[in-house]
Design a protein. Structure first.
Length: 322
């Protein structure tokens, strides 16, 4: 199906057909939906927080496809990672899409989240964009915009280390991730630490990519993590959400034009631009998730994981499809 030819009736028909195929697979036992496939509803919907980030968007695409129902899983859209952490602390969410660093912050603050899915590994999606002629050799004395978050700190430290500069040699300008493009365009910073989709939009506005997460292999992951009590009270909804994520990811990989039509509005870009923001992300399959979530594998995360990690307290892979 050519995405350029999709009319609303055609889109609705495609959504209905996709939902029928998805539910048929569920009822055949391939999705493990349990009570949800049989139309039993939990007392309340599973509440999952998320900011706009390409690796998180397959949950929202699943909702657009009609294979994720708000009656079972409610996606709560937030403006920043800090907002997500505050909502988790206030018990307004059952779980969230988070960077690995934000997960560590949450757990350190007493929120015992368990990872049920690795959404992506960043291999360039987190980037430092600069105004010309700023480059890695001329960062001293410059204003660098960065979000006051764990990931912002990781990227800033890596940038300064690569440039051979102490933190005292730059001026840090706090800026929320979703405002990095605006601050850059206003000229309020000389460089900004950002992520997709803002990095691509800043690039189209003349920004130069001077550093990105490709220099940090195995360091930056995004995960879906939930409270342990939610894993028990909403077990079927968790499986339903994860199956929806993979159904949407599969659609994007098989029919990127169709998927991009639905994804473009949230990413605030043209459908033809959507695929480009995924170049810097590795999207693990269910099989890769089972491998990556096995005990000890997160050595890829370097020093981020505490050396005395009790695996059963961090990871719960039982909700992954077989």
């Amino acid at each position: 199906m050519n995405a350029k030819l999709l009319t609303k009736p055609a889109t609705d028909a495609y959504r209905m057909a996709t939902r029928r195929r998805f539910l048929a697979g569920c009822l055949a036992g391939t999705a493990g939906l349990g009570g949800i496939a049989g139309c039993a509803r939990p007392v309340t919907a599973l509440r999952i927080g998320s900011v706009v980030f390409p690796g998180y968007e397959f949950m929202f695409l699943a909702r657009e496809m009609g294979v994720l129902d708000d009656a079972h899983v409610r996606l709560v859209e937030l403006q920043s990672n800090s907002d997500t952490l505050r909502a988790l602390a206030a018990n307004q969410l059952d779980g969230a899409a988070l960077t690995l660093d934000a997960l560590l912050v949450a757990r350190a603050s007493g929120i015992p989240l368990h990872v049920v899915l690795i959404l992506d590994a960043s291999v360039g999606a987190n980037a430092v964009m600069a105004h010309a002629p700023v480059d890695m050799q001329h960062l001293a004395g410059r204003r660098i915009g960065v979000e006051d978050s764990a990931m912002g700190g990781v990227m800033l430290n890596a940038l300064l280390q690569a440039a051979g500069l102490p933190a005292s040699q730059v001026s840090v300008v706090p800026v929320r991730l979703d405002r990095t493009e605006e601050v850059f365009r206003l000229g309020a910073v000389d460089a900004v630490i950002t992520a997709e989709p803002w990095a691509s939009r800043i690039g189209r506005a003349g920004g130069r990519r001077i550093f990105d997460s490709a220099a940090l292999p195995g360091r930056i992951f995004d995960v879906l993590a939930l409270r342990p009590e939610a894993l028990e009270t909403h077990a079927d909804a968790v499986r339903y959400l994860i199956r929806g994520h993979f159904a949407a990811q599969d659609l994007f990989q098989r029919q990127p034009l169709v998927a991009s039509e639905w994804m473009a509005p949230r990413l605030q870009m043209k459908p033809s631009e959507v695929a480009n923001v995924y170049v810097g992300l590795q999207l693990p399959t269910a099989a890769q998730n089972r491998d990556w979530l096995r005990p000890g594998h997160w050595r890829l995360a370097g020093s981020l994981m505490p050396p005395d990690t009790a695996w059963s307290e961090w990871v719960d892979a039982r909700f992954l499809p077989l």
